[in-house]
Design a protein around this ligand. Structure first.
Ligand code: GLN
Length: 447
């Protein structure tokens, strides 16, 4: 374990000055964990170096959410997933860069610095879990945890050529995850391959009484699905999703992977689903609405930043929030507050919630007949750093991933090829609630 840890530390020293995946490297903690390693030798992740996105609480270690607001915040407790990693003997290598409060799709909204895509350093790694995906792709950890509210595990996994799973809502505890949009947030693994995802899911899934939305269900062994073939699986290809205007190379490579599944014996049929644009519209009302409420706690009193200009309480609140939050976070707070305000609530928030029910029903209807649905993960490959300044253009890249969070179902991004610039392409396998096993089964076949 000491050798493995040292090898990954060396790798971080070698490549992180260019890739910049980590906000904090937790050498000290790793040493402490290594000292405890003897007692955890038989555990699932004994001595395995794992990176954790910087929005998951780590006892005594800064947890910044890549925001000035929490620049020096050290939580006094561990998130449940971090506890579980510790119990499984993992060595936590550090906390990874992200879009501020997980709002974004390129990690460029980090208040501190950009992370670079290991496949081409001029490109973004995707986001918001861009640091975690880049760290896995660059070999700076064996695996990582990310969080996914509208695609933030799957999209960076796709752009960095690695595997990322957003589990069913409620399967992994959110206790200690700094909230963005509580009804959509889920923690999940970002790994080099499908087997590692199964191993990590065995560790992090499960009921937690500290999270009231955590589901009580029997534990599954996700690695058991690696032995199953796909001949019994029926897979739906949503015609409307593939008719959208997006990168032809992405389309071709996803459809080529679908052919591979057919050859492996899966039944593949076209299905018809509600226009994904409705899910995108509903998401960009619901997520900011919840965020505006969740972020009300950063008032300069309880945690993190407090403005020095404190003539009176209102000035202190105002200046703290003005100085502590970046542009995208402020934009979301304003949109969310507007959507929730009296007079507009019915027109926006309530409408979005109704759309949400219809979208969920739509997935349920397909999953009555089908085991899985396949779409691209993103309409494109990784963008160049600094190339998108219009927030709406950025939101559009979430078109294939947000419907999944809206419906609460699980989905995985796996690599399925490269475009002509040699940037990785990802496809998305979507399953019914608690269908992680089937997803793993099909994904493993495609690997
Ligand atoms: N890109 C989406 C957003 O900006 C999703 C982010 C996420 O999943 N955390 O909201």
């Amino acid at each position: 374990a000491a050798e493995i840890k040292a090898a990954f530390s060396d790798r971080i020293a070698e490549v992180d000055p260019q890739v910049k995946s980590y906000l904090t490297v937790t050498d000290e903690l790793s040493e402490k964990q290594l000292a405890n390693y003897d007692s955890a030798k038989e555990a699932a992740l004994a001595g395995i170096p794992i990176a954790v996105k910087d929005n998951m609480s780590t006892d005594g270690i800064t947890t910044t959410c890549a925001s000035k607001m929490l620049e020096n915040y050290r939580p006094p407790y561990n998130a449940t997933v971090v506890e579980k990693l510790n119990q499984a003997g993992a060595v936590i290598m550090g906390k990874t860069n992200m879009d501020e409060f997980a709002m974004g799709s390129s990690t460029e909204n980090s208040a501190f610095f950009n992370t670079h895509n290991p496949w081409n350093l001029n490109h973004a790694p995707g986001g918001s879990s861009g640091g975690s995906a880049a760290a896995v792709a660059a070999g700076e950890c064996a695996a990582a945890l990310g969080s996914d509210t509208g695609g933030s595990i799957r999209q960076p996994a796709s752009y960095c050529g690695v595997v990322g799973l957003k589990p069913t809502y409620g399967l992994v505890s959110r206790y200690g995850l700094v909230a963005f949009a509580s009804s959509l947030d889920q923690i999940g693994p970002i790994t080099k391959d499908v087997e590692d995802t199964a191993i990590l899911m065995n560790v992090i899934a499960g009921h937690d009484e500290k999270d009231s939305t955590s589901v009580k269900r029997e534990k599954e062994d996700y690695t058991a699905y690696l032995k199953e073939d796909v001949s019994q699986l029926k897979i739906g290809i949503p015609a409307e999703y593939f008719e959208l205007d997006f990168d032809q190379e992405v389309k071709d490579s996803v459809l080529a992977a679908v052919e591979k599944l057919k050859e492996a014996g899966a039944t593949v049929e076209t299905v018809h689903m509600t226009d994904a644009a409705y899910a995108l519209a509903a998401y960009y009302v619901i997520a900011p609405a919840e965020a505006s409420s969740n972020l009300a706690r950063y008032d300069g009193v309880r945690y993190g930043l407090r403005s020095e200009e404190t003539a009176d309480v209102t000035t202190m609140f105002t200046n703290t929030r003005y100085q502590g939050f970046g542009d995208e976070v402020k934009r979301r707070i304003m949109i969310g507050t507007y959507a929730l305000s009296s007079g507009y609530y019915d027109a926006y928030y309530l409408k979005a919630q109704k759309a949400r029910t219809l979208i969920k029903d739509d997935f349920d209807r397909i999953f009555n007949d089908f085991d899985l649905i396949i779409t691209p993960t993103a309409p494109n490959t990784a963008i160049e750093l600094g190339s998108k300044s219009d927030p709406l253009e950025m939101y559009y890249t979430d078109i294939f991933t947000v419907p999944i969070n809206i419906a609460g179902v699980p989905a995985m991004s796996i690599p399925c090829g490269f475009d002509s610039n040699e940037m990785p392409i990802g496809l998305q396998l979507i399953g019914p609630h608690f269908g992680e096993g089937k997803i793993i089964q099909a994904a493993y076949t495609l690997e």
